[in-house]
Design a protein around this ligand. Structure first.
Ligand SMILES: NC(=O)c1ccc[n+]([C@@H]2O[C@H](COP(=O)([O-])OP(=O)(O)OC[C@H]3O[C@@H](n4cnc5c(N)ncnc54)[C@H](OP(=O)(O)O)[C@@H]3O)[C@@H](O)[C@H]2O)c1
Length: 338
């Protein structure tokens, strides 16, 4: 089958489509014929060699896909051949077929297109776990979402605003901010404009915010922390501004300086919390994974939420798709189509 095997770390050009043996499902596993693949920032970091959760090289890149089940391994009880599913996995999605445990293939919301399905699992589950499982969101909460026009960001804006929260969206361009308002944010701030800190203070006002979903790091993280009201909490799920270059010690220093961190003394003074979440742990906890899938699918269905697919690339243009994600031009999800 055709797949993108990551053999060495480097720029987008290291991504090439080649031939690999067709994987067969083992005990409790299903094989899914992939139609669309969702791109994640974590795969950009994996390609660069900056993602701690990656397997050892070489491996097939990719954490999510959508398609139909075409084969079952022994002891599969909850899935059937022909079923349309979305798949979340640690690796293996940039391929014509992916094999996952049955719980890793969730029934697809029926009315989503193939592109929308690929945009669903990682972004929506990350936003859901961060907001609902960790921040324990309440409808009365006021919420900041950073990189709000991105994949996780658009999902978080939709979920929090439909849940009843007032949402402030932060992003890196005015065009992105306008999309974020369309999705339900009541106010927005561009953090790449001079005077960002002052504008954020104005928008936040004296009341402060109760929850921050943070994916950027550096100045953005620090200012959002300062915006917390007492009993507020930041959930860190990413650090997209990190730009670590192995041979450049200045970038090590910047990476250390800008990494989100928490100081208990400061938390005590502010009466606030800093949490960090990684979706990967859900894959190791089947009962929780199934509950999160069920709650999330029910929520998006009942609120008529559809994933934002910003751009679609042919599978062969995977390197171009990575370049586009790194350019910070993308809105919502980037999808690869077989
Ligand atoms: N913890 C988890 O389980 C988990 C799961 C999924 C994703 N994540 C994290 O969530 C974040 C969003 O992921 P995503 O896949 O949805 O990506 P994305 O938001 O579609 O793209 C990343 C965005 O980060 C922003 N950004 C800020 N500083 C940047 C910089 N220096 N270089 C590049 N981009 C920068 C850009 O938006 P602006 O131009 O608007 O700033 C960019 O569009 C990432 O940090 C990712 O690692 C974590």
């Amino acid at each position: 089958m055709r797949a993108v095997v990551l053999r060495r770390h480097g720029p987008p050009e290291v991504l090439r489509v080649g031939d690999v043996p067709l994987p067969e499902p083992g005990d409790g596993q299903v094989a899914v014929r992939v139609e669309t693949v969702g791109l994640n920032y974590a795969e950009v970091l994996s390609r660069r060699g900056q993602y701690g959760w990656s397997p050892r090289l070489p491996y097939v890149l990719g954490m999510e896909a959508a398609g139909r089940i075409e084969a079952l391994g022994p002891n599969v009880t909850s899935r059937s051949v022909g079923e349309r599913v979305v798949v979340g996995s640690k690796f293996g999605a940039y391929a014509e077929r992916i094999v996952v445990p049955q719980a890793g293939a969730m029934p697809a919301p029926e009315d989503y297109s193939a592109e929308e399905l690929a945009a669903f699992p990682v972004n929506y589950m990350t936003a859901w776990v961060a907001l609902m499982e960790m921040a324990r969101l309440r409808p009365s909460d006021r919420v900041i979402v950073t990189a709000a026009a991105g994949g996780v960001g658009t999902a978080a804006v939709q979920i929090a605003s439909r849940f009843g929260c007032e949402v402030l969206g932060l992003a890196g361009s005015d065009e992105k901010l306008s999309r974020v308002r369309d999705l339900g944010a009541t106010d927005t701030v561009n953090y790449r404009e001079p005077g960002f800190a002052q504008r954020l203070e104005e928008v936040v006002g004296n009341r402060g915010v109760d929850v921050v979903l943070e994916t950027v790091g550096g100045e953005v993280y620090r200012r959002c922390f300062d915006a917390l009201a007492p009993f507020g909490r930041v959930v860190v799920v990413g650090y997209a501004s990190m730009n670590l270059v192995k041979w450049n010690p200045i970038t090590w220093w910047r990476t250390w300086r800008d990494a989100p961190r928490a100081d208990i003394q400061k938390l005590a003074v502010a009466s606030a919390g800093v949490l960090a979440a990684h979706l990967g742990y859900l894959l190791a906890d089947e009962a929780r994974l199934l509950r999160v899938q069920r709650d999330l699918v029910e929520f998006v269905r009942s609120h008529g939420i559809r994933p934002v697919v910003g751009s679609t690339f042919p599978f062969d243009d995977v390197a171009e798709a990575h370049r586009f994600m790194e350019s910070r031009q993308s809105v919502g999800k980037i999808v690869l189509k077989m």
